[in-house]
Write a protein that binds this ligand. Structure first.
Ligand SMILES: NC(=O)c1ccc[n+]([C@@H]2O[C@H](COP(=O)([O-])OP(=O)(O)OC[C@H]3O[C@@H](n4cnc5c(N)ncnc54)[C@H](OP(=O)(O)O)[C@@H]3O)[C@@H](O)[C@H]2O)c1
Length: 320
């Protein structure tokens, strides 16, 4: 089968699509024929080996795990002897954390892993990126930011993968939402349900005289320092983008500044969040925004586009 791999750190040109052995499911695994997979910021960082201290875990001189891709959606082709929840031909989606080989034609996933039956009302390309933007943003809004009905939230980077998810989720959670994006994305962010949209090219959201219970800097382009004057007393600044400043502030003022990473949460917690998200999708309350799709053999182009920092929503790899 075909799979995208990288055997050295570097630019998108280090990615190769090669033939590897099709996996066989263990007793507790399902074999999924992948119809669509995600390409996310996390994978571009792993491919680059950045930030460099990450190489302590990823491999000092070259990547230990050479496979690419985290999110997937596809069809169960075979099941192990102990499988009870899934059967052949089920449509499923989910993720294998830490870039674990979903940019490929097949993947084996444990039944108790992050995998759910795909809602019938969404396509594979819409399902594959759910565990990036939606799962991360739901974790942040619900558990890290503790967002409550009626509260005011500002989503900085409202047109990205995490941002387009966060605007919709905050509305589903009953919050009043301000989205920050550039001029070209105002209509999109409004259509996702934002009550108020600020164009970051024209206005500084910290100078509008509005206050927030939660500021979710989904793209790491602002800072607690800039935002503290527009946070209510009990307000919190949350971000999925790690920097030394964020890390330091989250240690010295843990009630005000919070960072987390999806990958460090317990699998059972992520599964619980994904089950709730699946229900929202089934009810038609959420929609995955797809900017571009690519064939597996053109995955390097997807990485190049992602690195511009201007994608809208998500990218997906589509298999025939
Ligand atoms: N902690 C975790 O568990 C976790 C999980 C997943 C992702 N992440 C991180 O989350 C971050 C966001 O990922 P993503 O995929 O959502 O990002 P992304 O899609 O690459 O973000 C691109 C979007 O950001 C907008 N943007 C660029 N500059 C901006 C600015 N100054 N102000 C407001 N918006 C701006 C762009 O809009 P314009 O084109 O209009 O500028 C574009 O639509 C990444 O750093 C990723 O590594 C963390």
């Amino acid at each position: 089968m075909k799979a995208a791999v990288y055997t050295q750190y570097g630019s998108p040109d280090v990615i190769q699509v090669i033939d590897i052995k099709k996996p066989t499911p263990k007793p507790n695994e399902v074999l999924v024929k992948i119809k669509a997979s995600s390409v996310t910021r996390a994978e571009t960082m792993m491919r680059q080996g950045k930030p460099k201290f990450g190489r302590l875990f990823l491999g000092l001189l070259k990547p230990k795990n050479t496979s690419l891709g985290t999110g997937f959606s596809g069809v169960v082709e075979a099941i192990g002897s102990q499988i009870t929840k899934f059967k052949v031909a089920d449509e499923v989606f989910g993720e294998k954390l830490f870039s674990n080989g979903t940019n490929a034609e097949y993947i084996c996933v444990p039944e108790d892993g992050i995998i759910e039956k795909k809602p019938n009302n969404i396509t594979h390309e819409q399902a594959a990126p759910i565990c990036d933007g939606f799962l991360t943003s739901y974790s942040f809004l619900k558990d890290i930011g503790n967002l409550k009905k009626g509260q005011y939230i500002l989503v900085n980077g409202a047109s990205g993968s995490l941002g387009t998810a966060a605007v919709q989720l905050a509305k589903v959670m009953g919050a009043k939402v301000t989205g920050v994006c550039s001029t070209k994305n105002i209509d999109l962010v409004t259509s996702l349900g934002a009550d108020h949209v600020i164009d970051y090219k024209m206005q500084d959201f910290t100078k509008q005289g509005d206050f927030y219970d939660v500021i979710y800097d989904s793209v790491g382009k602002s800072s607690y320092r800039k935002c503290e004057k527009v946070l209510y007393n009990q307000g919190v600044f949350i971000t999925p983008v790690l920097s030394f400043k964020v890390l330091w502030r989250s240690i010295i003022m843990p009630k005000k500044v919070k960072f987390s990473a999806t990958g460090i949460r317990k699998q059972e917690e992520l599964k619980g969040l994904l089950t709730e998200l699946t229900t929202f999708f089934k009810k038609g309350k959420l929609i995955t925004i797809i900017d571009k799709t690519y064939k597996l053999e053109n995955i390097a182009d997807a990485h190049k586009y992602l690195e511009t920092g201007h994608k809208i929503g998500n990218l997906a790899i589509i298999n025939p």
